[in-house]
Design a protein around this ligand. Structure first.
Ligand code: PXG
Ligand code: PLP
Length: 437
């Protein structure tokens, strides 16, 4: 065990609080973590929304081991290796409707987002519409931590310390509204009109200045905000009308989380690009990617002179052999175990189990879709976030990993969860909610 916790500057963590009372995980198998003090913790969050097939799955472990011993690294610029091409082909085949035909790799959701935003601006420029440089995000959106991602993102705390960010960015309003939608099962009815705000922003800046709109189909990080019925369809229609690219950030919603392959399948709305990460490798090796709709790659190939680089962008570790091997094995596990279908079949049981927490102290909303749920607690007056943090700590002590963002609890278990484990999760959480004042 480490003797000195100090030198590690932990990300998105209250460092002093953690180091005074550390929560160290030392092992993981299927639905459980093992803690440093030897306890089993039920994983209610698939790690950080990424371990969709469950932990330490032998097929994925073996694929990574085999790959590292065989080809540890290959330069991605001007060189290639088979896995990167095989994976790209599998991914485009997996996309519903055959609308997407190319894959650009990065190493995280953040890098996928930076890549998608850059591709959007470059796409317009290469087509002779270089005035389309503006990007539209949404309040309470999370698109990672790059400067592009925090600029289009809508989380005040992630933006305010970091200077002037990207210029030319505007934001749609978020769709969260407890007065109208509290305790909705699935998609809420109220709020579709909020998509029309896009028209207002377009009128303000003129469509000829706007490159792309980026949203999470379901906002995960800021507390599971589920799109109103018809909202995403409306965004799509407005983007079509003004030739603006629509980007869905599926870093969380991709790979079965909603009980469908991707949110685009679940909602039946087809954007121009999607960003993925997390579940693409079951969380084992960092990887992110952008999938582009037919026509985007072609625009570059048709207009940039042959033998020139078409896109001046990429990472040392784009399409890393270990990540590709992990992703290929992960996709096999998803398919063999029909995990997306399984998530869909469990969604009804999950919904009723989670909504059984309605009525417990401080619970002001419960919302769910697929195998995701958000439970919103009333904040303590003058101490926002402390009630949520206390729930996380008590759940951890009682054997359950939850995720909190302020006073909102987010749940997203591995898709292999069993019904009795859902019952156990709800029982532990219910017990904690009854105790926490
Ligand atoms: N887009 C979305 C929609 C995400 O959820 C990212 C981009 C960035 O991915 P990377 O791999 O760069 O972290 C994410 C990541 C939380 C939480 O508190 C969620 C994420 C990351 C960290 C914390 O729920 N999502
Ligand atoms: N900084 C320096 C000095 C570099 O040489 C490189 C890559 O060659 C980078 C940053 C970017 O690193 P990566 O490609 O891993 O994002």
């Amino acid at each position: 065990m480490p003797t000195n916790l100090e030198p590690y500057w932990m990300p998105f963590t209250a460092n002093r609080q953690f180091k005074a009372n550390p929560r160290l995980l030392t092992g993981a198998k299927d639905m459980h973590y093992t803690t440093a003090d030897g306890r089993q913790i039920l994983d209610g969050t698939a790690g950080l929304w990424c371990v969709n097939a469950g932990h330490s799955r032998p097929k994925i472990v073996e694929a990574i081991q085999k790959q590292v011993a065989h080809l540890d690294y290959a330069p991605p610029f001007q060189m290639g290796h088979p896995g990167a091409f095989e994976l790209a082909e599998k991914l485009v085949h997996m996309m519903p409707g055959g609308h997407f035909d190319h894959v650009f790799y990065g190493n995280s959701g953040s890098e996928a987002v930076e890549s998608a935003l850059k591709i959007a601006i470059a796409y317009h420029r290469v087509r002779g519409e270089g005035s389309r440089v503006r990007l539209i995000g949404r309040e309470r959106g999370y698109h990672g931590v790059g400067f592009g991602g925090i600029s289009v993102g809508g989380i005040g705390a992630n933006r305010k310390f970091f200077g002037s960010l990207l210029p030319g960015v505007d934001h749609l309003p978020h769709t969260h509204n407890l007065e109208q939608n509290a305790f909705t099962r699935g998609q809420p009815q109220w709020g579709t009109h909020l998509a029309d705000e896009l028209e207002r922003i377009i009128n303000l800046h003129d469509a000829s200045t706007i490159a792309a709109v980026i949203v999470e189909p379901v906002a995960g990080s800021t507390g599971v905000l589920i799109p109103p019925v018809g909202y995403l369809e409306r965004l799509r229609a407005i983007c079509d009308q003004y030739n603006i690219l629509l980007i869905f950030d599926e870093v969380i919603t991709g790979f079965g989380r909603l009980g469908a392959s991707f949110a685009i399948e679940y909602f039946g709305v087809i954007p121009d690009m999607i960003t993925v990460a997390k579940g693409i490798t079951n969380g084992t090796v960092p990887m992110g990617a952008v999938l582009t709709r037919k026509g985007i790659y072609d625009a570059f190939m048709e207009r940039v002179p042959e033998n020139s680089i078409e896109l001046f962008h990429g990472y040392t570790y784009s399409g890393h052999p270990l990540a590709c091997a992990a992703a290929l094995a992960t996709l096999e596990v998803y398919q063999e175990e029909e995990l997306f279908k399984r998530a869909n079949e469990l969604a009804g049981y999950w919904q009723e189990a989670i909504h059984s927490l309605n009525g417990l102290p401080h619970v002001i909303d419960i919302r769910n879709l697929g195998l995701v749920a958000g439970i919103e607690l009333a904040p303590r007056s003058g101490q926002p976030g402390t009630r949520g943090m206390e729930c996380l700590q008590r759940c951890y002590e009682t054997g359950l990993l939850i995720r909190t963002t302020g006073d909102i609890i987010a749940l997203s278990p591995p898709l292999m969860i069993q019904k009795d484990q859902i019952d156990q999760l709800v029982e532990i959480l219910g017990g904690v909610l009854k105790e926490v004042v």
